[in-house]
Design a protein around this ligand. Structure first.
Ligand code: PNS
Length: 220
């Protein structure tokens, strides 16, 4: 980025961007955003009004509460890998199961909550919860600043990008953070685990032992 030197300017009104820009001597308060446009010219934009939704979205995040939403039917070692990574960088991480009335799940919500509680016991900043309805609305109610999602391969990207952008449109205060699970889990999904288990294939190493036991019990 090119440094801005020479003079300091103040945008005269955040509400009326067409008003003139006045140059001032130091010291002065800069209440505008500066950026270089494509042709190299300096572009000045009014800073968001104090307290506005955009200003709140621009605030530095402190005490970050992240939500890791999903179906978790069932939780896999790939999910667990992401939970471990998320628990390290966020102050609190809420793994939240979507109560989806349209889907026909293998495990009930209560079973999924039990399994997730069991496998996330090592992290005391991880909580398990259930939500229904819009994710951004749930995030607002929980006062969460981050949505955590995993991207295993390029094939996940398009869907995740679309969802993240739509969630940003719905609530600009919430940031989506993508994390990559270990390469060894890049092909792993709950759907494949369910299918392999239902067809009698080996699932050891794909899910935590407690989930493996539950899967066997459910299917036999
Ligand atoms: O693990 P999944 O099943 O891929 O998780 C998808 C999930 C739960 C993150 C997504 O379906 C979701 O957020 N559903 C809540 C409804 C919602 O907010 N829809 C608009 C998304 S832009």
């Amino acid at each position: 980025m090119r440094p801005l030197v020479g003079f300091l300017i103040e945008y005269s009104s955040a509400k009326k961007p067409s008003l003139e820009i006045r140059s001032r001597q130091f010291p002065c308060v800069i209440c505008a955003n500066f950026r270089y446009n494509h042709s190299g010219g300096l572009q000045v934009e009014p800073a968001p009004e104090f307290g506005s939704e955009q200003a709140q979205a621009d605030e530095t995040m402190k005490n970050v509460l992240a939500i890791y939403p999903g179906s978790f039917d069932p939780v896999t070692n790939g999910h667990l890998d992401l939970i471990e990574r998320g628990a390290k960088i966020f102050d609190r991480l809420v793994v939240s199961i979507l109560r989806n009335f349209e889907k026909d799940p293998l495990f009930t919500i209560d079973e999924r909550v039990e399994m997730l509680r069991e496998v996330t016991r090592p992290w005391d900043n991880v909580e398990i919860d259930v939500f229904s309805g819009l994710l951004v609305e749930y995030a607002r109610l929980r006062e969460a600043n981050v949505l955590l999602r995993g991207i295993r391969a390029v094939s996940d990207y398009e869907y995740e990008l679309q969802m993240a952008m739509m969630n940003r449109k719905l609530n600009p205060k919430v940031e989506t953070v993508f994390m990559l699970p270990a390469v060894s889990y890049s092909y792993l999904s709950s759907r494949l685990v369910r299918e392999i288990a239902q067809l009698g294939g080996p699932i050891t190493g794909l899910v935590p032992p407690v989930v493996e036991e539950r899967l066997r019990a459910k299917i036999l």
